[in-house]
Design a protein around this ligand. Sequence first.
Ligand SMILES: [Zn+2]
Length: 53
Amino acid sequence: MSDDLHCETCREDVSRAAATRTETYGDLDSDSWQTLCCPTCGSRLKTVFVGDE
Ligand SMILES: [Zn+2]
């Protein structure tokens, strides 16, 4: 199973390792959740749980 993400804006696949991590918006705990963004256009791709890292 691949961890790759897909950017709808660039129409490119982005590996999870290459994605830009940013803090989440809103009330989510930034220690447990991070948003993965496209390194090319900055679009949000996915919000992931990182609390067990
Ligand atoms: Zn993109």
